[in-house]
Design a protein around this ligand. Structure first.
Ligand SMILES: Nc1nc2c(ncn2[C@@H]2O[C@H](COP(=O)(O)OP(=O)(O)OP(=O)(O)O)[C@@H](O)[C@H]2O)c(=O)[nH]1
Ligand SMILES: [Mg+2]
Length: 234
């Protein structure tokens, strides 16, 4: 099993400097940083450390993933948030769980024994509401369907059409935003009854920088996806 560690960055200089030194090269086969045209020192820092950096052309997280896709060599991709929200030491646990034969392993903030120190009332409520809806309407057994920190088979990206603009075009246009692909992969993986697991993992508070999450727009777009996917087979 070859693992690509995929790290999206957008003005995360402080987080990167605090977190990246804790990631050990023996944990992964390939490291890819995909940067959304940061204007702080994020790219300079990454390059100074010798990390391969892709500068994305289009805006948004799913475009970051899309533009990284042709460079991914691993048969497993692990997405990791370098803003302090993902605990690096859990990377090996997540990969070891994948080795048991799962299609996707999520590092869950709401599994028994884990806690988010980054949530406010709105994000805690929203994340749990979406997770409940995805379980209820799509047959999932998730404790956290929304978090970025997860590993999955690279092939899923193609099988579930995560890389296709059409999968998101309507809601992105309607709500004037660019979404990420975590909710949709959770929904479509549950619908297909793939082999899914989670492991508990705390979410520490963000390290410096600013939040990019667009609560209202993303919330609306993701709610659209949850309901549309009841009627659309994928
Ligand atoms: N390349 C790229 N990275 C992004 C983009 N938007 C966010 N990120 C990065 O993705 C990671 C997760 O970001 P988000 O899921 O938006 O969450 P956040 O801004 O940290 O907000 P909270 O964690 O909910 O407080 C962070 O490291 C961001 O810097 C983008 O458009 N392009
Ligand atoms: Mg974050």
């Amino acid at each position: 099993m070859k693992v690509t560690l995929l790290i999206p960055t957008l003005n995360e200089e402080e987080g990167m400097k605090a977190i990246m030194p804790r990631i050990k090269p023996e944990w992964y086969d390939q490291l890819l940083i995909v940067d959304g045209q940061s204007t702080d020192g994020t790219v300079e820092y990454s390059k100074s450390q010798g990390y391969p950096v892709i500068i994305q052309k289009k805006k948004g997280l799913r475009e970051a993933y899309n533009e990284a896709l042709p460079h991914i060599e691993g048969d497993v991709v692990l997405t990791f948030s370098p803003d302090g929200n993902s605990i690096p030491e859990l990377i090996p646990d997540c990969i070891n769980k994948m080795k048991e034969g799962y299609d996707m392993v999520i590092v869950s903030r709401y599994a028994k024994g884990a806690k988010s120190y980054d949530d406010d009332m709105v994000t805690a409520f929203g994340n749990k509401l979406f997770t409940t809806f995805i379980n209820l309407f799509h047959g999932g057994h998730y404790t956290d369907a929304m978090v970025m920190f997860r590993a999955y088979k690279t092939q899923l990206i193609y099988d579930l059409d995560l890389d296709k603009d059409e999968s998101y075009a309507f809601e992105e246009k309607l709500f004037g935003t660019n979404v990420s692909w975590e909710p949709l992969i959770s929904i479509r993986a549950a619908k297909r009854k793939l082999k899914l697991a989670d492991i508990p993992g705390d979410e520490p508070a963000r390290e410096g920088g600013e939040r990019k999450l667009q609560i209202i727009r993303w919330g609306a777009a993701y709610m659209w996806e949850v309901f549309r996917e009841i009627f659309v087979w994928k």
